[in-house]
Design a binder for this molecule. Structure first.
Ligand SMILES: [Zn+2]
Length: 258
């Protein structure tokens, strides 16, 4: 630029020209200096900015690195915590199991003497209890045994029953109706129904007479008062209710069931 200014200067008188040229030159030099200075400043500023940027970038990278490190460390800590927690849990479970085993062992240890003493006591008492039970059973059996006097009474009663049944049978036979007269169908039906009932009653009487006779034979043979099936003594209550009963109540009901 300085050159251009120099060349572009118009032709003027020598003295004035010189003065003017000097002034111009001075001004140009000043401008040049200023420009140079400015350039320097700009350069410096740019340099500084670049330096700052580099510095900042370095700091950022360092920071990033530091953060990464922290993150890794945190991850490791988490991992460690998880591991440790699992280990503790395992340990606690193990301890609990151990404690449980110990407790059950302790209970067993405490209980064993009690069990033993109970068993010993049971062993000691059992024969006594069995003896008492046996005695009670014998007593109750004895209670069901018929005395001679009772047998005598039963025999008497059976004979009476036999007489009654025979008597009833005789009466029924005498009452047997004559043949139906031909004619009235309703009369005929009624008579045949009556006959049927009579026949059934007669049959029942026959069965009862047989049973009574069998009971009387048993008294004579000395085997009266026992169930024909299970051979147990019949309870007196049953004999009183049905002196010609063949079975005990249990055997009777099981026979009827089939
Ligand atoms: Zn029986």
């Amino acid at each position: 630029m300085a050159k251009t200014i120099k060349k572009a200067a118009p032709k003027k008188p020598a003295a004035k020209k010189t003065i003017k040229k000097t002034a111009v030159k001075k001004t140009a030099a000043k401008i040049t200096a200023k420009k140079t200075n400015l350039k320097k400043v700009v350069k410096q500023v740019r340099k500084q900015i670049k330096k700052d940027i580099r510095k900042t970038a370095g700091k950022a990278a360092k920071l990033k690195k530091a953060v990464g490190k922290e993150k890794r460390a945190l991850k490791q800590v988490k991992k460690n915590v998880t591991k440790k927690t699992a280990a503790i849990k395992k340990q606690v479970a193990h301890k609990a199991k151990k404690a449980e085993r110990a407790a059950s062992k302790k209970i067993e240890k405490t209980l064993n003497p009690v069990k033993k003493s109970f068993a010993a006591q049971k062993k000691k008492i059992e024969p006594k209890v069995n003896h008492i039970l046996e005695k009670a059973k014998q007593a109750s059996l004895k209670a069901e045994e018929l005395t001679a006097e009772e047998l005598k009474q039963i025999k008497k009663h059976l004979i009476e029953l036999h007489q009654d049944a025979t008597e009833r049978l005789k009466t029924k036979k005498e009452m047997e109706m004559p043949e139906a007269e031909v004619g009235d169908p309703i009369d005929t039906a009624t008579q045949s129904l009556d006959k049927e009932i009579l026949f059934e009653q007669t049959d029942n009487s026959h069965t009862q007479i047989d049973q009574i006779e069998s009971a009387l034979r048993k008294i004579d043979k000395g085997i009266y008062g026992k169930c024909e099936n299970c051979r147990q003594l019949l309870p007196k209550k049953r004999i009183k209710a049905l002196p010609f009963a063949r079975y005990c109540v249990v055997c009777q009901s099981s026979k009827e069931g089939f």
